[in-house]
Design a protein around this ligand. Structure first.
Ligand code: FSO
Ligand code: SF4
Length: 548
């Protein structure tokens, strides 16, 4: 196997024997094959779209197949095999769509090769072999590391955007143009273009696509559950039976809350579910009692100690320990061998029964709370106050300290950075990286909290809206605002967000804890020249450089 798509990749260069995330070579090969075949589906769908026809089943499947291959989503060879069998059927559907559209328009279908001609092997070892044949290393040998790295940069951006598109789709929000752009991008990758200019062009287009997708998801979330509002969340347990819900899927949480109502079970958010407490449509449930634990990488310890059932709705799942294997469940596209899966009907009865069979928390812990819910609607509602505070020099600078968390020790940087931000500066944060400092006390500046939790990683859209509105208020460019972005990345959703920021022309981003292995030195040089993107150094040096 060879995989370098996430930040924790082995030795900072690539996982070869086994994924640091727990991905085994079998699953890695099947994921490589799924990504390859998905490109083939899009080759047909892209051509069909050019002739004015599309198929929602094809569109949605492409999004799902990409999401399946995101880090920490699907580790189960059996489930991956099922996806591949589906992929062959979807590919045939896409082909028929294209051939029929050609017949209608009187054109001759292109004769396509590569991933369009794939036929699934009869068994799992055969599929694994097919996956090995299309491994990234083969492309690196054929096209060189720089070109392959740029292709992967685009692919990872698409994977991240697909995760967000899938969440929006689950709430009924779709956009045919978005699907068409996914197909066009995957077709571009399938055709293996090698010229740097067109590759960089698609890097930017992937960022633009993700911006549209995040906007769609923002509309989906806020139209379905209302605009997040500043909300106090309990972060210590209370007595009683319990379920912890992790991941990013609001609909799963909503359905679980409906099904647990009146059952004497307290529901806790975990990880990226924390911002859900701020949505009127979710906070209305009295038994959504609080947030449990920290970021995803602490789950081995925290899930072991949690005296109830656990539901993983999206990434990031880690190999469950024996001690809680009987009470952890997956839903959506998440899969781990031996972990019980909740189907598309969202019948959470097994989760509820597992929670009732566990002891629950024996007593209330002393109450501690934090405040969440500073999405664009809430922050822009206070825009005048914020703008005045800047004009009066009460607020000197804004920092967006956000992104993913992870296990690397270098991630302490983000805690130290937040702690060292001067008292006349405001910190906005989002995604799971915030657990490094979101329980510290930051106080307020004239009623404006110094720590504003904007939401999940997908709520980077909110941060962009806030920055753009501030730039409008000050009649300047976003790059001229007293705003600095200090980002932490882990998986491909963070890559998608980074590409969106680059597409928007945002400069001077500081990125850590390490730089992506798939960005080769020549490409990094290019990005550094164009966007002045730089690795984090030390909180002291970075703060001094930013604030002068
Ligand atoms: Fe974190 Fe995991 Fe939200 Fe990621 S839980 S690391 S960027 O999947 O998605 O921030
Ligand atoms: Fe390694 Fe990350 Fe790939 Fe997992 S997803 S195999 S940790 S590079």
């Amino acid at each position: 196997m060879y995989c370098y798509q996430c930040e924790q990749t082995a030795k900072g260069s690539g996982c070869t024997v086994m994924g640091v995330c727990g991905k085994e070579p079998t699953a890695a090969a099947l994921q490589d094959l799924l990504a390859y075949v998905t490109k083939g589906i899009s080759m047909y769908a892209h051509r069909a779209a050019a002739l004015g026809t599309s198929d929602r089943q094809v569109d949605r499947a492409v999004i799902e197949f990409l999401f399946v291959t995101v880090t920490n989503v699907d580790f189960d060879p059996e489930r991956l095999r099922d996806h591949l069998i589906d992929a062959a059927k979807i590919r045939d559907l896409a082909k028929a769509l294209y051939v029929n559209a050609c017949a209608k328009s009187g054109t001759t279908p292109d004769s396509l090769s590569g991933p369009t001609t794939w036929q699934p092997a009869a068994d799992l070892p055969g599929l694994v072999h097919q996956g090995e044949e299309v491994a990234l290393t083969k492309r690196q040998d054929r096209l060189g590391a720089d070109v392959a790295g740029l292709q992967e940069l685009i692919l990872y951006g698409l994977k991240g955007a697909a995760a967000y598109a899938d969440h929006a789709q689950l709430l009924g929000y779709e956009d045919p143009d978005v699907y068409a752009t996914f197909h066009a991008a995957l077709n571009f990758l399938a055709e293996e273009h090698t010229d740097q200019e067109s590759l960089l062009g698609w890097v930017m287009k992937a960022g633009e696509l993700n911006l549209t997708v995040m906007g769609l998801l923002d509309a989906a979330n806020t139209n379905t559950y209302g605009h997040p509002e500043p909300t106090t969340v309990r972060v210590t347990p209370i007595r009683g039976k319990c379920i912890a819900v992790s991941g990013h899927d609001l609909k799963d949480l909503d359905e679980l809350l409906k099904q647990t109502e009146g059952k004497g079970i307290n529901v806790y958010t975990h990880g990226e579910m924390l911002p859900c407490h701020a949505y009127p449509g979710l906070k209305k449930y009295k038994h959504l009692v609080g947030n449990y634990g920290g970021a995803w990488q602490d789950q081995h310890v925290e899930f072991e100690q949690f005296p109830g059932a656990i539901l993983m709705t999206t990434n990031c799942i880690q190999k469950p320990k024996e001690s809680y294997l009987h009470r952890i469940f997956s839903s959506g596209l998440v899969a781990w061998p031996c972990v019980r899966h909740i189907g598309r009907d969202r019948d959470f009865t097994p989760v509820i029964n597992a929670a009732l069979a566990e002891p629950g928390f024996a007593q209330d812990a002393p109450e501690q709370t934090i405040t969440v819910g500073f999405g664009h609607h809430a922050v822009l509602g206070a825009a005048e106050k914020i703008v005045n505070a800047v004009k009066n020099k009460q607020i000197r600078h804004f920092f967006l300290v956000g992104g993913c968390d992870g296990a690397k020790s270098g991630r302490n940087y983000y805690t130290a950075f937040a702690q060292q931000v001067p008292k006349d500066c405001v910190i906005m944060t989002l995604a799971c990286g915030k657990y490094r400092f979101n329980k510290l006390q930051f106080g307020a500046i004239d009623g404006v909290p110094r720590l504003l939790d904007v939401g999940q990683c997908n709520d980077a859209y909110s941060a962009i809206k806030i920055a753009t509105a501030l730039a409008d208020a000050f009649q300047c460019e976003v790059n001229q605002l007293p705003l600095s972005l200090i980002l932490s990345w882990y998986e491909q959703k963070a890559v998608a967000i980074l590409l969106t920021l680059l597409y928007l022309g945002i400069k001077n981003i500081r990125l850590g804890p390490s730089l992506p292995a798939f960005i080769t030195p020549p490409v990094l040089k290019l990005l550094a020249e164009k966007f002045n993107i730089a690795p984090i150094t030390t909180p002291e040096a970075d703060l001094a450089a930013i604030l002068g």
